[in-house]
Ligand binder design. Structure first.
Ligand SMILES: Cc1cc2nc3c(=O)[nH]c(=O)nc-3n(C[C@H](O)[C@H](O)[C@H](O)COP(=O)(O)O)c2cc1C
Length: 243
């Protein structure tokens, strides 16, 4: 058993996998570990849809922005916020089910903690993982493919398998850029902490052949436009409420 902190601190996303299948027992251990994550009021508002059918996997590639690893990785799961079982319980008892922003956030937070616990479990067993936010590129089509009912909201995918690459860890901001004492720092302090990180990432991008001057430029570029603009409407149509 590897030390948990070592596992956490050696995380790096894996995007190329060996073809070895993942034994069912390892999958079940990871799912159990995911389920043991804390969950808001024990509502357990999540599910994972494991996609085994090669045709369904192939269908998901263009729907995730052309990410071939979605089809080629040994294990792919769609992680969803899941309020379906809560709704069914209310309907069976003839009682009201009230949806609002808080209910949506509970499901998103619970599903994310579930997924991240699974990631840690998989990585502790020697597997590599990659989240796939690209699953939100075309939610109407993803919903058709996975047949998600009202109250089930695909959030992101997760690729898992034995690594077939050894990428370098991607440095993060210094801890003092994210851990503050007693008050939120001034804008000047926030920007100064990023200047240091830009120098680190400049070198990291160069040595990894990524054509970006620095992290700031990447972030500016990312947020210069809106992404996935149809998703609020889709989630609302699938039973979410942002009230
Ligand atoms: C919610 C979420 C969605 C992500 N979506 C994708 C994705 O669609 N494709 C991909 O290759 N990586 C994806 N990633 C991986 C991130 O790009 C990666 O975690 C980040 O660049 C930091 O790199 P590292 O994980 O190697 O440390 C995603 C990560 C998260 C947390």
């Amino acid at each position: 058993m590897t030390d948990v902190l070592d596992v956490l601190l050696s995380h790096r996303s894996i995007r190329r996998f060996k073809t070895d299948p993942i034994p069912e027992e390892d999958l079940l251990r990871a799912v159990s570990a995911g389920q043991q994550a804390a969950t808001s009021s024990n509502i357990q508002g999540y599910c994972a849809i494991r996609v085994t059918d090669p045709d369904v996997r192939a269908a998901l590639v263009p729907l995730t922005g052309g990410q071939a690893k979605v089809a080629s990785c040994p294990l792919f799961m769609a992680i969803c916020g899941d309020t379906r079982r809560h709704r069914l319980l209310a309907a069976r008892a003839g009682e009201d089910y009230q949806s609002n922003l808080e209910g949506f956030m509970l499901a998103v937070i619970d599903a994310t903690l579930f997924a991240q616990n699974m990631v840690i479990a998989f990585e502790s067993m020697g597997y590599g993982t990659c989240y796939i936010g690209g699953l939100r590129e075309d939610l109407p089509a993803v919903h058709e493919v996975l047949r998600t009912p009202e109250g089930v909201w695909p959030l992101f995918g997760l690729c898992v398998g034995l690594p077939d690459q050894e990428p370098r860890r991607r440095p993060r901001l210094e801890t003092d850029a994210v851990l503050f004492d007693d008050r939120y720092p001034s804008d000047g302090e926030v920007l100064a902490s990023i200047d240091d990180y830009d120098r680190v990432m400049h070198d990291w991008y160069r040595s990894n052949g990524i054509d970006t001057p620095d992290w700031s430029a990447r972030i500016r570029q990312h947020f210069a436009e809106k992404h996935r603009t149809r998703n609020a409407a889709w989630y609302l149509g699938a039973g979410a409420s942002f009230d």
